[in-house]
Design a protein around this ligand. Structure first.
Ligand code: SAH
Ligand code: MG
Length: 213
């Protein structure tokens, strides 16, 4: 795997968001490999924000001859709201007073030239998951980081990962001193403990697991 095209990588790095470059590169490698390992099936991201991680994954979809669905309600997670640590006032819609990252997401995907392979699905993750039917070559979970949204993402999305496919989880912190618990406790641990997934890669807070069986 030769890595994301340098031009696309520059677009990813220019985008607002929370994906560190080396974790983005690991995400790309895992997604591109999964697209080849399970051909013909789409990739899916939960939690796109302004499209930063989405560019690495969209590049992987293109390299693997498939597409990426990018699921987000674009209203921000709890920690993105006004008064919280990760709030950015430039992504508030003045008409509604609510966060709206969809315009920024669209700009990112447009400018990166990925509109032919990246499809936004705008809505509540759990509701979309409940109506999702296609098996997935690759699933990236980086949505709501509270206990309830993380648990719902685990329950709603991980059954869609095809055998031989890959599950990647962001912001997994086994040591509580390093960060919030839910991605570790509600997604990573249950996935490994279920016996359905085995750990194949660690880069920063990114965990890459392969669906066994
Ligand atoms: N992957 C992005 C960061 C995602 S931030 C990056 O690397 O830059 C988390 C995102 O999850 C936010 O955009 C928020 O709107 C979305 N989100 C949180 N809870 C959600 C839910 N229940 N349904 C849909 N999207 C959700
Ligand atoms: Mg994250």
């Amino acid at each position: 795997m030769s890595g994301l095209d340098p031009l696309l990588r520059a677009h990813a790095l220019a985008a607002t968001g929370f994906m560190p470059p080396e974790e983005g590169d690991a995400l790309y490698a895992a997604a591109a490999a999964a697209a080849l390992a399970v051909p013909g099936l789409p990739l899916l991201e939960v939690g796109s924000y302004c499209g930063r991680s989405t560019v690495w994954l969209g590049g992987a979809a293109r390299a693997g001859g498939t597409v990426l669905f990018a699921v987000d309600h674009h209203r921000g997670s709890e920690e993105n709201q006004a008064g919280w640590e990760h709030h950015d006032p430039t992504v508030v819609d003045p008409r509604t007073g609510k966060m709206d990252t969809l315009p920024r997401f669209r700009d990112t995907i447009h400018d990166a030239g990925l509109e032919d392979v990246v499809f936004a699905v705008v809505g509540q993750s759990a509701a979309v998951a409940a109506h999702w039917a296609s098996p997935l070559a690759f699933l990236f979970i980086d949505g709501g980081h509270g206990d309830e949204p993380a648990r719902l993402d685990y329950e709603g999305w991980t059954p869609h990962v095809a055998p031989g496919g890959t599950l990647a989880i962001h912001d997994v912190f086994p040591d509580p001193a390093d960060g919030g618990r839910p991605p570790y406790e509600q997604i990573y641990r249950p996935a490994v403990d279920s016996g359905r997934f085995e750990l194949v890669g660690v880069t920063g807070s990114l965990r890459v697991l392969r669906r066994v069986g």
